[in-house]
Design a protein around this ligand. Structure first.
Ligand code: AHR
Length: 630
């Protein structure tokens, strides 16, 4: 008999308990959530023509030049000059990010910055072509100005095509300069022009996340300081956001992404807006004057940290400042006068050692001198899977840090074994942010890692321990979040997508179920007066939802046999209704896929109850959520 005493509140579950970790890794940003379809739209990749090819219709004659106006426009120096000697149609074709995903009957918005060298009667023919080279949508624009000017046109696609490309053809004899050649679907998230891919943001919204951590991950740090994330360069006109190579631009055997750059079209305003849209508290992470310690380990001398600290202070003002403050004014000018209510910020990602602590102290002092209410998240390095009381943890305890960000990527067995990780954690010290974790079916960095049910179930079991210890664990997020099926660098990942579709993994449904069923207060669920932490392969936790007057039991049966469970509930008046949400597979190797997106997905049914008892046969390899109206 499992005993639940709903009258004994053990801890409160914070609204931030289950959140999202977003990083532009695996083409999550450019080529993913950021709905731009043109790759290398401003010719700023290392190879300026990467993603582009020359097109000569009917053997038309012409030439292409890449020009650099570095001094006049340091953020976006390059542009292309197309000259045509015949009227037949000469120009360029863009391959998109592993092709362009186009949907029949949807509207597509084309835009380009153009400048004429000499006045001439030319036009640009814009054509979307399918894999067979057939035109599936087209429009024209007619540049006329000798100054840089934006031209726009839109059209409806006549076919669905996962791998379209975009032709930009100069019709007529003459020459034109082009930059920021862009194509967006109209049906972006909230229909924002130049916005985000609606199906992917919807998947995040469906999780009802408590927070959104952004922009990473290692991209906060950069391989070198030069390629660190600098938020001020990511706001304002997209044509002026200085593009850099992505830290995850790799050319390893299974990680062929030499075309991975950050356009910053998904920049800090868009991150804050996305957080606001999906009801999540924003959690930006800022560079602390250290590049990735696994790569260059480049450091900013302590006496030169000023601009880095200033970036942090200005970010708080950008998010929260009144519209007459310097950065609040910029936020308002970008269309968001209302503050974003930033309450927390991370100083550095996955940093460790004395160099980090020295830098953290400088940030902490400056930020709290001006904004004492901002909670700082300090990094614990990548080693949290080891000794819980490691170097950083001890120091942060002394420094009275608010929240420590722990990361653990490990085997499913590790997750089961460490379900009690926080049971004896010092209640008087910093809170824990389980900021990055995932069970790996094969091991770190291995391309064979799968988002299988075994891993997802182990995470569900481990999370009973996070939830039971919600008084110290204040935030949790799986990582990484997104991966393009043809452009990933890291496995496993929560949500996979191609150019047209996406699916949640079994791990996604575990995260979602925790978030949708978090409740407000932890109450004890015991077996023979002990927490359920692996007895007969079972793991459990229980919460109350004080708003909905419900008791929520989470029960994970990792064994291969049915568990006959009798839940005895005290401290409640009477049960009026009970339901079971089941996530289960008989096969530990089960995965979801683009073809079978719901192979492992939640099923809801009503269940019986009698005299404050619920008796259930809980299936082998199952994650069960029992909601009881009380
Ligand atoms: O989630 C992938 C990477 O894992 C993150 O960028 C980094 O913080 C960690 O090492």
């Amino acid at each position: 008999v499992y005993t639940i005493n709903a009258a004994t509140i053990k801890a409160q579950v914070r609204p931030t308990m289950y959140g999202i970790f977003f990083e532009d890794i695996n083409m999550a940003g450019d080529g993913g959530v950021y709905a731009e379809l043109v790759k290398n739209r401003s010719f700023e990749f290392k190879d300026p023509l990467m993603g582009w090819d020359e097109v000569k219709q009917d053997k038309a004659d012409g030439s292409i030049l890449i020009l650099n106006r570095g001094e006049a426009n340091p953020n976006n120096p390059r542009y292309i000059q197309i000259s045509s000697k015949s009227a037949k149609g000469y120009g360029l074709i863009n391959e998109g990010f592993r092709g362009m995903g186009i949907k029949k009957d949807n509207r597509y918005n084309f835009s380009v910055l153009a400048k004429m060298e000499e006045a001439s009667a030319i036009s640009l023919q814009i054509e979307l072509v399918n894999g067979k080279g057939e035109i599936i949508g087209s429009t024209t624009v007619s540049p006329s100005s000798k100054q840089w000017k934006k031209y726009t046109a839109s059209f409806i696609a006549t076919e669905t095509e996962p791998k379209a490309s975009l032709r930009v053809l100069l019709k007529g004899i003459g020459s034109v300069d082009l930059d920021m050649i862009s194509l967006f679907p109209q049906d972006t998230w909230k229909q924002r022009p130049g916005g985000l891919r609606a199906d992917l943001v919807q998947k995040l919204a469906d999780m009802k996340p408590g927070f959104l951590r952004f922009p990473g991950g290692c991209i906060v740090e950069g391989r070198e300081l030069d390629t660190r994330y600098q938020w001020k360069r990511t706001i304002g006109d997209v044509a002026n956001r200085r593009m850099i190579v992505n830290r995850w631009n790799t050319e390893f055997a299974h990680r062929q992404t030499p075309d991975y750059y950050q356009s910053f079209g998904l920049g800090f305003l868009e991150y804050f807006e996305m957080a606001e849209d999906i009801g999540a508290s924003p959690l930006p992470i800022i560079n602390c004057g250290m590049a990735c310690q696994f790569n260059s380990c480049e450091l900013v001398p302590l006496n030169q940290l000023g601009p880095y600290v200033q970036d942090a202070l200005d970010l708080i003002e950008f998010a929260n400042g009144p519209v007459n403050s310097t950065w609040g004014k910029k936020r308002a000018a970008l269309g968001h006068p209302k503050p974003f209510n930033l309450t927390m910020m991370g100083v550095g990602n996955e940093q460790w050692g004395p160099q980090y602590i020295e830098r953290y102290k400088i940030f902490e002092k400056a930020i709290h001198a001006r904004y004492p209410q901002i909670k700082l998240v300090s990094s614990d390095g990548p080693f949290s899977g080891g000794d819980i009381f490691n170097y950083s943890d001890k120091i942060f305890r002394k420094l009275k840090a608010a929240i420590i960000d722990e990361h653990y990527y490990n085997s499913p067995e590790w997750f089961l074994k460490h379900v009690n990780r926080y049971d004896h954690y010092d209640r008087n010290g910093p809170k824990i942010f389980a900021g990055e974790y995932a069970a790996q079916s094969v091991g770190g960095g291995n391309p064979e890692n799968k988002n299988n049910w075994k891993c997802a179930m182990a995470e569900a079991a481990f999370m009973t321990g996070l939830e039971r210890n919600a008084d110290v664990v204040s935030m949790t997020s799986y990582a990484p979040l997104f991966a393009h099926v043809e452009g990933w660098q890291w496995k496993p990942d929560l949500i996979w997508f191609d150019n047209l579709q996406s699916f949640g993994t079994p791990n996604y449904y575990v995260q979602q179920l925790y978030s949708l069923n978090k409740g407000t207060d932890v109450v004890p669920l015991t077996l023979n007066n002990e927490a359920v932490e692996g007895q007969d392969g079972c793991y459990a936790s229980a919460t109350l939802d004080n708003n909905k007057h419900e008791l929520i039991i989470k029960f994970v049966n990792t064994s291969n046999v049915v568990q006959k469970a009798d839940f005895s509930m005290s401290g409640i008046t009477s049960v009026t209704k009970a339901s079971l949400t089941l996530l289960q597979s008989d096969n530990l190797d089960s995965v979801n896929s683009l073809d079978q997106p719901f192979a492992v997905s939640p099923q809801i049914s009503n269940i019986e109850f009698k005299d404050n008892h619920i008796k259930l046969n809980l299936k082998p390899y199952s994650f069960n959520i029992i909601r009881v109206n009380i």
